[in-house]
Design a binder for this molecule. Sequence first.
Ligand SMILES: NC(=O)c1ccc[n+]([C@@H]2O[C@H](COP(=O)([O-])OP(=O)(O)OC[C@H]3O[C@@H](n4cnc5c(N)ncnc54)[C@H](OP(=O)(O)O)[C@@H]3O)[C@@H](O)[C@H]2O)c1
Length: 237
Amino acid sequence: MKKNILIVGASGSIGHEFTKHYDLERNVEKIFALSRRNKDFDSKKIHPVIFDYNKDETFEDLIDALNNQPINTIIIATGLLHNKDVSPEKSVNNISVLGLNQLFHVNVFGPMLLIKKLLPLIKQSTLVKIIFLTARVGSITDNKLGGWYSYRSSKAALNMMIRTLSIELQRIKKENIVIGMHPGTVDSNLSKPFLKNVNHQILSPKESVAHMVKVIHRIKPEDSGNCFDIKGNVIDP
Ligand SMILES: NC(=O)c1ccc[n+]([C@@H]2O[C@H](COP(=O)([O-])OP(=O)(O)OC[C@H]3O[C@@H](n4cnc5c(N)ncnc54)[C@H](OP(=O)(O)O)[C@@H]3O)[C@@H](O)[C@H]2O)c1
C-alpha cells in the first residue's frame, strides 16, 4: 500500500532532508511538506503547506489542504534552541520567561496542538507512525553536564508527551506507533553556534536521515513510547 507522509519543519536542515529522502521512495504517494516559508520542491509528490505554530490560522489552512486524505507517517522535525532573543542558559541565573515560553511553545506545545488537530485524520488512517525529533539532552538520566535549562526541560516534557500519546493511540489501534528520535549531532542552523565544542562525530543532515529512516522502518508497535538514537538503541528517560 502506498503511504502519505506529513513532515513538519520541511525548511529545516533535517526536515528538508527527510522530504528529499521520502520523495525518492517508491511506496510514498504524497508528502505534505509543512514550513513557515514556501520551499521550492521540484516534485509532483511534494505538496508544500505554509504552517507556523505561532499562527493559529495556519492550523485551519492545513486541515483544508489535507482534505481528509489519510496520513500514515508524521515527522515532527521542528525545534528551537536559540534565536535572536534567546540562547541556551549556562546558569539558572540566565533563565527567562521569554526563553522558556518560546522554547516550550515550539518544542512541546505547538507539536502537541498539531497532533490534537490531526486526531480525526489519525483515527481514520490505517497504520500511523508519528516520529518526533527529540534530543538526548532531554534525558534526565543522561544529564551529567547541566546547563541548557529550557531546551533540556522542553525536550524532557516532549518525551513525556510522546509516551502518553503512544498509550492513547495504541488504545485506538494497537498497531499505532509514536516514538522520539535523537538525530545525533547534526550540522544545522540549530546546532551551528555550538559545534566548535563538540568532540564526538558531527553528522550531515543526509547522514542523520539515512540512519533514522532505517530505525523508523524497522520500529514495531511494542517499541512505541520510547526515544531512540540513530543506531536504534533506546535512550533512557
Ligand atoms: N541539529 C542537531 O544537532 C540536533 C540534535 C538533537 C536534536 N535535534 C532536533 O532535531 C530537530 C530539527 O533540528 P534541525 O537541526 O534540523 O534545526 P533547524 O535546521 O533549525 O530546523 C528547525 C525547523 O523548525 C522550524 N520552526 C522553528 N520555529 C517554528 C515555528 N514557530 N513554527 C513552525 N516551524 C518552526 C524551522 O522553520 P524555519 O526554517 O522557518 O525557521 C525549521 O524548519 C529539532 O527538534 C531539534 O531539537 C537536532
